[in-house]
Design a protein around this ligand. Structure first.
Ligand code: SIN
Length: 340
């Protein structure tokens, strides 16, 4: 009897050990099999641009710091979502990070229209100072009530006009069709010089230019180079008339749903990736301009100070039209950034 009790106990112990070992084994293999959380980052530009490089840097930092737990899938060139649907996709959690140009948030806030006012910023250093100022940082939260969280600004650069004729003066653009981003301020800017603004997604610009459905466009050196616009535009006017920068945004639902410690790592990685992207932006601006000039496909139009002043005089009245929506105090804060 005693023997059989001991035997039974040993059998039970053996069985329990087997179950524990099996559970440990299964746990280990479930752990090994558990899929990392995927963060999809969609954008519309090429990989050899400030935004393209920033997104790849972000991927490598997150995957190095949270190995096996998080993976970042980057979709460039409007492969996953384009201008017309990326913010809607973000709110549906079909993508977790996007970085549209500041001109493309108009449906969600009018406050960011400040970045589209022509001839507002003297240069990229002033843009940077404004973005980092209290007023600029406040704008990161301007879409919170719509469920969009601004995580940081990323530079691309100042915009130049391109066309199939040399644009020396505003009158040279009269009656010409220019592709623009979906911004009422930019539309007003072209209306002010008697040109015809046509709102179209970035993915369509090359074909529209190539087929002469439009006559010109405005963009940074890096976008004009990476998307080969210079191959189908005979002239580029170095006007530096506006800024094309980005806001990296996520959805409130996704962001708040992350465990705090992981969110901190992801934010730190993004800040570092943005700093990296900003360095690339500064370098590429000149590099890509030189590459375009060296190609001989497009001729540079350099404005004299008097010619440039005519563009300023023609376009600056646009500010007054949008002052109420943007806020006078915001415009003053931006102008103050020029003077430092
Ligand atoms: C971008 O840089 O993301 C695109 C800019 C444009 O639509 O022209």
């Amino acid at each position: 009897m005693k023997h059989s009790y001991q035997q039974g106990f040993r059998n039970k112990l053996f069985a329990l050990t087997k179950v524990t070992a099996l559970a440990a084994l299964l746990g280990a293999s479930f752990g090994a099999l558990a899929e990392p959380v995927e963060i999809k980052f969609s954008h519309v530009v090429a990989e050899n641009t400030p935004k393209g490089q920033m997104a790849l840097k972000f991927k490598s930092l997150v995957e190095e710091r949270l190995p096996g737990e998080y993976k970042v899938s980057v979709f460039p060139n409007s492969q996953l979502f384009g201008d017309n649907n990326e913010l809607a996709a973000l709110l549906l959690n079909d993508v977790q990070l996007v970085a549209p140009s500041l001109s493309k948030f108009e449906r969600y806030t009018k406050k960011l229209q400040i970045f589209d006012l022509p001839f507002l910023f003297d240069d990229m250093a002033a843009v940077d100072r404004f973005q980092q100022s209290e007023a600029g940082q406040k704008l990161l939260n301007s879409m919170n009530r719509k469920g969009i969280v601004g995580l940081g600004y990323l530079h691309n650069g100042m915009k130049q006009f391109s066309a199939n004729n040399p644009l020396h003066l505003p009158k040279d653009a009269e009656g010409e069709k220019f592709r623009i981003m979906a911004s009422d301020v930019i539309a007003a800017q072209f209306d002010a010089i008697g040109a015809i603004p046509v709102k179209k997604p970035f993915s369509e610009v090359f074909t529209l230019l190539q087929t002469r459905a439009i006559d010109g466009q405005e963009n940074t050196w890096s976008n004009t180079y990476s998307k080969k616009f210079y191959e189908v535009q005979s002239h580029i006017t170095e006007s530096n008339h506006g800024v094309l920068d980005y806001m990296v945004v996520t959805s409130d639902t996704f962001w708040k749903g992350l465990p705090k410690d992981k969110r901190d790592v992801i934010k730190k990685s993004l800040d570092e990736a943005i700093a990296f992207g900003n360095e690339i932006a500064a370098a590429k601006d000149e590099e890509d301009k030189q590459a375009i000039l060296a190609s001989g496909r497009s001729t540079l139009v350099t404005l004299t100070p008097a010619q440039r002043q005519q563009w300023v005089n023609a376009m600056k009245p646009v500010w007054a039209k949008f002052e109420d929506q943007i806020g006078k105090d915001m415009i003053e804060a931006a102008l103050a950034a020029n003077k430092q």
